[in-house]
Design a protein around this ligand. Structure first.
Ligand code: URA
Length: 191
């Protein structure tokens, strides 16, 4: 059997034609950050700026995500960030269950390689795909689930916070809960 490596992951994402999303994109967006990070954040799919640059969360939602991380004393370089789908859905529509399922092979490989101890699911698409299809983000955000030693928490997607700033208070509660979890597990040193 072929060994799973970052090189293989990159090659497979680049060559992937498992769904039709790749027909309309400029760049694939595999994800980036510290490949040994104890914390992984998973969003939905690349937006316009991400598609142009080939990097995850670099547009307006990404800038807010950077601020949210910095608010709990984490930099982007200390975490790993990626999406459920690696190709931008047209007009930023939600990826279909078939597209998400096709892309799962890449996300699985990525989680296997990073081996995070904590995963934050940004928004309903990530939460439904990785945790439970019945999840409702307004009801279930901030709740922790442990699976095979990995702690997972859904929270609002930063784009939802840009659309509805009233959600920021709850998002801040989730970020504080994240910091407590990372502290409890001794994963980062905070002042
Ligand atoms: N929204 C996402 O879900 N992911 C990105 O990379 C950018 C915006």
């Amino acid at each position: 059997m072929q060994e799973i490596t970052w090189e293989l992951f990159e090659k497979q994402v680049e060559a992937c034609r498992l769904c039709s999303l790749c027909r309309q994109i400029r760049h694939k967006v595999p994800g980036q950050g510290d490949r040994n990070a104890p914390l992984m954040l998973i969003g939905e799919g690349p937006g316009q700026v991400e598609d142009e640059e080939g990097l995850a969360f670099v547009g307006p939602a990404g800038q807010l995500l950077t601020k949210m991380l910095e608010a709990i004393q984490l930099s982007r370089e200390q975490v790993y960030i990626c999406n459920v789908v690696k190709c931008r859905p047209p007009n930023n529509r939600v990826p279909t269950p078939e597209e998400a399922a096709a892309c799962r092979i890449h996300l699985r490989m990525q989680t296997w390689l990073v081996k995070p101890r904590v995963i934050v699911l940004l928004g309903s698409t990530a939460a439904k795909n990785l945790l439970d299809p019945e999840i409702r983000i307004t009801r279930d955000r901030g709740k922790w689930t442990e699976r095979k030693g990995v702690w997972m928490m859904p929270t609002y997607h930063p784009s939802a916070l840009l659309r509805d700033p009233d959600k920021k208070r709850e998002a801040w509660e989730d970020m504080k809960s994240l910091r407590s979890k990372l502290q409890e597990l001794g994963l980062y040193s905070f002042e």
